[in-house]
Write a protein that binds this ligand. Structure first.
Ligand SMILES: NC(=O)c1ccc[n+]([C@@H]2O[C@H](COP(=O)([O-])OP(=O)(O)OC[C@H]3O[C@@H](n4cnc5c(N)ncnc54)[C@H](OP(=O)(O)O)[C@@H]3O)[C@@H](O)[C@H]2O)c1
Length: 229
């Protein structure tokens, strides 16, 4: 824990911060001056990703529901309503396409995400929220997504498609720990400098863990619900 950082805020930055850093800087490797599309820009990962991108001189278009529009704009992104015609709205803001799309939704919308890439762009998928309630084997939607990404990579289209997994490479424990420590250190340094804020939606005592979980799953809060001892 670096000095000068609130422990609750720091906690919201651990998994989300490392994930967001690696999505942007290790997987997509988005350059300064580029424009990217972040789905769920008000979420735990999305909100940190927007701030990291802004700190790196990257323009951000962020999708969220209308009730989170102000929160997304306050992070420095241009807001797009995910219940609207997302491809058309994004094209208005970035007619030539975007340098990267970060997509935790999956499902049929992943095709739009890929089509929104400019030449040389990277699609980074890291979840399949659209299919989380699908009946049957929960691995199938993930396998379908991985097959799609592999096909897009194999075709000559001057675009990249990745599936990001925070835990990838953990068998090499020493290298994994070094990478995690480096990346969290960079996120914490930006937090200490005031360029990134952890989004603490609420703080509840540990004894109220059940209420905290209900609140976290209610989709009414911006950021993370933190349990305090
Ligand atoms: N692959 C990995 O290694 C890795 C690592 C960390 C997280 N993840 C995954 O990343 C996802 C996000 O995690 P999180 O902690 O950021 O969750 P979160 O805080 O619950 O945020 C989810 C966000 O998704 C938004 N959303 C829901 N449906 C959407 C849609 N159709 N289009 C655009 N946005 C939509 C929500 O917006 P509203 O509230 O406005 O509906 C919310 O902002 C989860 O699925 C998690 O499992 C993967």
């Amino acid at each position: 824990m670096p000095d000068g950082l609130d422990p609750a805020e720091a906690e919201t930055l651990v998994v989300n911060g490392i994930t967001a850093w690696q999505l942007l800087h290790r997987t997509a490797r988005t350059p300064r001056g580029a424009t990217i599309l972040v789905h769920g820009a008000n979420g735990g990962v999305g909100s940190v990703l927007v701030q990291l991108a802004r700190a790196a001189g990257i323009t951000v278009i962020g999708t969220a529901s209308a009730r989170n529009a102000d929160a997304v704009r306050a992070l420095g992104a241009q807001w797009v309503d995910y219940t609207g015609d997302v491809p058309a709205l994004v094209r208005e803001l970035a007619p030539g396409g975007v340098a990267a799309v970060f997509d935790h939704i999956g499902g049929p919308g992943i095709v739009d995400s890929f089509r929104l890439l400019a030449p040389g762009g990277a699609l980074v998928a890291y979840g399949t929220a659209a299919t989380k309630d699908t009946e049957g084997d929960s691995r199938l939607p993930v396998l379908k997504l991985l097959a799609r990404l592999a096909l897009w990579n194999a075709l000559p289209n001057r675009r990249r498609a990745h599936f990001y997994n925070l835990w990838a490479g953990k068998r090499n424990a020493a290298a994994f720990r070094t990478r995690i420590a480096d990346d969290l250190g960079r996120v914490f340094a930006l937090a200490v400098a005031g360029e990134v804020r952890g989004q603490v939606a609420a703080r509840l005592p540990l004894a109220e863990a059940a209420a905290a979980l209900r609140l976290a799953e209610s989709r009414t809060v911006v950021g993370k619900v933190v349990l305090e001892p």
